[in-house]
Design a protein around this ligand. Structure first.
Ligand SMILES: Cc1ncc(COP(=O)(O)O)c(C=O)c1O
Length: 400
């Protein structure tokens, strides 16, 4: 009898974490590696948020809380949804978990039965397919190629829907492409969903606040109120407030689903960290200046990286609307050989050679379900990005 479960055997460890670990190991061994793998803001958590956490500790708010969130935080989340998304939720329609990741996982575990299908546009955040598999469901992919800005059309979504489709996972702005859907583009998607009442919508709005220029962020239940009763609107404080380590994510949705998700959480982790919950109240209710400042810095870095990558032979990099990632195509590098003699057969070989020969760590596109590409996280200093892009250019110029 096998000791490990059959379900676990179908799941891969996170390739983004693997790249980050590899870059760290090489750095510790003395190599001058620039890591562009990690998906977290390089800024510090704002001081007012830290102060709220310290105050919570000093006030003794260090015990178990309600499993799916303290009332103060649920109230702040309701106010956030109303203020920023025009969505009305009651506190009983809100759940709080240890990070956005746990919110999504709870929802999938609470709803999927064997054979249930979950539609995931590719390129996708690495965790979606594996979370679906862990929860017993079947991921179904719809490719959004570079030519359509890494987005899918309504017709492509409709072609993937079957009577077994339970969820459609929507992520805009996207990890890994940074692509974000305009109101018109999203309306085309929601129009299709209105015709298929068995399909629920899991909208992962984690990068909501990282939209550049005058791009307007929109979420499905806002664009199509007819979907409100079957949409789980997911978000969190990790990316918006540089709080990745605090582990607070949340969602608003129909009460029956929220209750079921709370049941999953009650038998796994119980409440998210009490201190982090008080910090999140301050993040959502306190001054919001940090968001605009970080957004400005990310937009500048996006422009820097896109311009530099488009000077590299064989690379083509569209300009994404948001998040802190770019997802260039390396179609023009495939089939060539690097200066050190590595044949670039696919994007995994490209990323491995880039790390080995140019000391730049990126994540290969196959990990996100769309090739040949790689992902750069530009949540690092301008100096590191400039140097990394120069190394990538030299590497590409050396391909024969
Ligand atoms: C698209 C997307 N959703 C959810 C998450 C999870 O966020 P958290 O750190 O709050 O669990 C991430 C983190 O990288 C992400 O990129």
């Amino acid at each position: 009898m096998a000791f490990l479960s059959d379900t676990l055997a179908r799941v891969k460890p996170s390739p983004t974490i693997a790249v980050t670990n590899k870059a760290r190991e090489l750095k510790e061994a003395g190599r001058d590696v620039i890591g562009l793998g990690a998906g977290e803001p390089d800024f510090d958590t704002p001081a007012n948020i830290k102060a709220a956490a310290i105050a919570a500790i000093e006030a003794g708010k260090t015990k178990y809380t309600a499993v799916d969130g303290i009332p103060e935080l649920k109230k702040a989340i309701c106010a956030k949804f109303e203020r920023e998304n025009g969505l009305s939720y009651k506190p009983s329609q809100i759940t709080v978990s240890s990070g956005g990741k746990q919110v999504l996982y709870n929802a999938l575990v609470a709803t999927l039965n064997p054979g249930d299908e979950v539609i995931i546009p590719a390129p996708y955040w690495v965790s979606y397919p594996d979370m679906v598999l862990l929860a017993g469901g079947t991921p179904v992919f719809v490719e959004g190629p570079m030519q359509t800005g890494y987005k899918i059309t309504g017709a492509e979504l409709e072609a993937a829907i079957t009577p077994k489709t339970k969820w459609f996972i929507f992520n805009s702005p996207s990890n890994p492409s940074g692509a974000a859907y305009s109101r018109e583009e999203l309306k085309e998607i929601t129009d299709v969903l209105m015709r298929h009442p068995q399909v629920w919508v899991m909208s992962d709005d984690m990068y909501e606040h990282l939209c550049f220029g005058d791009f307007e962020f929109v979420t499905p239940a806002q664009v199509e109120p007819g979907l409100y009763d079957r949409t789980l609107t997911c978000n969190g404080v990790s990316k918006a407030y540089a709080m990745t380590g605090w582990r607070i994510g949340y969602a608003g949705g129909p009460e029956s689903l929220i209750k079921a998700m709370g049941k999953v959480q009650s038998q796994s982790t119980s409440n998210p960290c009490s201190i982090s919950q008080y910090a999140a109240v301050e993040a959502l209710s306190g001054p919001q200046d940090y968001i605009a400042e970080s957004c400005k810095a990310f937009e500048r870095r996006r422009d820097l990286v896109v311009a530099a990558l488009n000077t590299c032979p064989g690379i083509s990099c569209p300009t994404p609307e948001g998040a802190f990632y770019v997802y260039p195509s390396i179609a023009g590098c495939i089939g060539k050989t690097s200066a050190a003699g590595t044949k670039i057969t696919d994007d995994e070989a490209f990323a491995a050679a880039l790390l080995e020969e140019a000391n730049v760590a990126v994540v290969f596109g196959a990990a996100f379900g769309l090739s040949p590409n790689f992902r750069i996280s530009y949540a690092t200093s301008d100096a590191a990005l400039t140097e990394a892009c120069a190394r990538i250019k030299a590497f590409c110029e050396g391909l024969k």
